[in-house]
Design a protein around this ligand. Structure first.
Ligand SMILES: Nc1ncnc2c1ncn2[C@@H]1O[C@H](COP(=O)(O)OP(=O)(O)OP(=O)(O)O)[C@@H](O)[C@H]1O
Length: 618
């Protein structure tokens, strides 16, 4: 590719982009919605086409709702109300599910372990009663009818834009992948392009923005053009710089280097002009630092002797295994068959999820960072794999099934070409539902760690978890009694009383990466808001809907406070630990004050936490 022959072409592309996309050149992060796939769709679309699927044409999603999911992990059928709203397809034939178990813990977690004090072993009746128990204050405050339901997401144009949004994020994902994957072997020239600011200044070809879609018809084209324009901008910079210094050495070699690297990433077929961004799978691979999928065994055997792998838990989409000291979450993607009654997630959905996890990982790194904490589960590695389920995993799955009676489908049916995303995660311990808290100090420790983590992530990324039920807070004990975090440059130490917490599951979360706003459009999942009246978790979704006015890409840190309120309720109503009536009063008054706060950051400075926090003098 010669520079001179390209310049005209670049200019044409630039001119075309400016013509059709001038309105996109603002610097605000673009919202990227992740939409749940509807279940009743007859068959999943081909991977290369589904991005253009106009979401307004889809039937309403009927996925197992999140609040149901969290309960379902412990006993999917324990809440009778689901029968009326859950029209999911039945599980695959051939497996009869047993009736619900008495402890509401169908997956066997936390079974039989009596609490240390005031023993109240969980049981189904108690759980049922819990869902009835709503005090007068809560009824007044926690069951709002949505007053302002936004309609913009229901319009065709907005829906169409939302449906194609993932297209716009692919290259940024690819670009970011380079930064996240030190073992990535992308060309160095390409890495320079990756570092080129997304928005160019007025000189040169300037003013390009990577993500600009508003109209579906021109999205893919203009996206390609802006990508190419960015490459062009880089080349032009090189050219200018080298001319100024008198060595005009910007060569065809450089261009070939770029083109080769692009091809290597499978994003181009014959030349850079044929870049094909309609298939997100190569972008997912690139994000994971791979040029081709690995096998499951290749990945897992890095962490332990495969015969030692045991299954740890399961979710709607993923199977979770203990692999050495780490945890492996395995999510089948892109296949045509249903898994656990659900249409498989698609590459681009996983692309957003892994981006989100990686963004949160960034909070762990730098000691000099303005915002840092270790509250969010660490993603240690991300891999794309392909092939049938490995026999060692099948054995681990069956062992677990024998003891816990899995709700999921047997994994033996996966085809040769099945794809997976493998998340290698830090082992976070047990979830709050099954963990037995010893005393009030541990309870305070749990709350202060959650609130500080949320405050840090709010400050760093406008993060809102939006689904912080008791299945998504993991706990473990260690010898450490203090943990440090940094909030807006201020280093703080908190007292843990030997308890360590990790927050998981960012499916519904909102985050601003600086480049994009990643969020889940909860208005696309009406079942989330149809949980039983008085159920703390269901009420929290409804309250979030009111706070956000059903516009989910907006920043509403108050949603984090709603989940803190939920956690205090859960601790008061559902957890047993050694406590006095004074402790209970303290928690109730915390709850009342939380009601006044608009962010986790505000909540962190509540007097309830003051003797747990200490500022580090530097
Ligand atoms: N890092 C981890 N450490 C320890 N246990 C974990 C970890 N991640 C997940 N688990 C366990 O595995 C279970 C399933 O994980 P998770 O909820 O992430 O799966 P999922 O497919 O996203 O579920 P769903 O989509 O149904 O919410 C969790 O309930 C948790 O108990």
């Amino acid at each position: 590719m010669s520079r001179s022959s390209n310049r005209d072409l670049w200019s044409e592309l630039v001119a075309e982009e400016e013509g059709e996309g001038g309105r996109h050149h603002n610097q605000q992060p673009q919202a990227i919605y992740r939409r749940r796939l509807p279940q009743s769709r007859p068959e999943p679309p081909p991977a290369s086409l589904h991005l253009n699927r106009p979401s307004f044409a889809l039937p309403p999603p009927v996925k197992r709702v999140s609040w149901n999911r969290s309960l379902s992990t412990r006993g999917r059928v324990s809440i009778a109300v689901f029968a009326s709203v859950d029209d999911r397809p039945q599980k695959r034939e051939g497996k009869q599910k047993p009736p619900p178990r008495g402890n509401g813990n169908a997956k066997g977690k936390g079974k039989g372990k009596p609490p240390v004090h005031r023993p109240q072993p969980p049981n189904f009746e108690k759980e049922r009663e819990y869902f009835k128990e709503v005090d007068a204050f809560d009824l007044l405050e926690e069951s709002p009818s949505p007053k302002h339901i936004s309609t913009w997401v229901a319009t065709n144009e907005a829906d169409a834009a939302a449906a194609v949004q993932p297209v716009s994020s692919r290259l940024p994902n690819w670009l970011i992948s380079h930064n996240f994957n030190s073992d990535s072997n992308l060309s160095t020239t390409l890495s320079k392009i990756l570092e080129t600011p997304a928005v160019r200044s007025a000189n040169g070809v300037g003013g390009f923005k990577l993500k600009t879609p508003e109209k579906s018809a021109s999205n893919i084209r203009s996206y390609k053009h802006s990508t190419l324009a960015r490459i062009h901008a880089y080349l032009e910079d090189q050219f200018v710089a080298q001319t100024d210094s008198g060595e005009e050495t910007m060569s065809d070699e450089g261009c070939r280097d770029i083109e080769a690297a692009v091809k290597k990433l499978s994003l181009a077929s014959t030349s850079s002009l044929d870049l094909d961004f309609t298939d997100p799978f190569p972008a997912l691979l690139a994000y994971c630092g791979q040029s081709a999928p690995s096998t499951l065994l290749d990945v897992l055997s890095k962490y332990c002797d495969p015969k030692d792998i045991v299954k740890l838990g399961e979710g709607t989409y993923g199977e979770v295994f203990k692999v050495g000291n780490t945890v492996c979450k395995l999510v089948p993607i892109d296949g045509d068959s249903r898994v656990n009654g659900e249409i498989q997630k698609r590459s681009e959905e996983l692309l957003e999820e892994v981006r989100l996890s990686k963004t949160l990982n960034a909070l762990r790194g730098d000691a000099a960072a303005q915002n840092a904490c270790t509250t969010f589960i660490e993603t240690l590695e991300l891999r794309v794999c392909q092939g049938p389920y490995d026999p060692v995993l099948i054995r681990a799955w069956e062992d677990w099934d024998e003891q816990n009676d899995s709700e999921n489908d047997h994994p033996k049916g996966f085809p040769e070409k099945q794809r997976y995303v493998v998340f290698i995660l830090e082992h976070g311990g047990k979830d709050l539902e099954s963990f037995v808290l010893k005393n009030f100090d541990e309870t305070r420790s749990l709350l202060v760690q959650v609130v500080s983590g949320l405050a840090v992530a709010e400050a760093a990324f406008e993060f809102e978890h939006r689904d912080l039920h008791w299945g998504n807070v993991l706990l473990s004990r260690n010898d450490c009694t203090k943990v440090q975090f940094t909030l807006e440059g201020k280093k703080m130490i908190l007292r843990t009383f030997g308890l360590s917490i990790s927050i998981i599951d960012f499916t519904l979360s909102r985050i601003c990466t600086g480049q994009d706003i990643l969020c889940f459009d909860m208005s696309s999942d009406p079942y989330l808001f149809k949980g039983p009246k008085g159920d703390k978790q269901a009420e929290t979704y409804r309250k979030m809907k009111e706070v956000t006015q059903d516009i989910w890409e907006g920043s509403h840190p108050r949603t984090n406070v709603l989940w803190l309120l939920y956690l205090v309720d859960i601790l008061l109503l559902k957890k047993s630990f050694e406590r006095s009536s004074k402790h209970e009063r303290e928690m109730r008054s915390l709850k009342k004050r939380l009601d006044q706060y608009n962010s986790a950051k505000e909540a962190l400075f509540d007097p309830f936490f003051s003797d747990l926090l200490e500022e580090v003098n530097t």
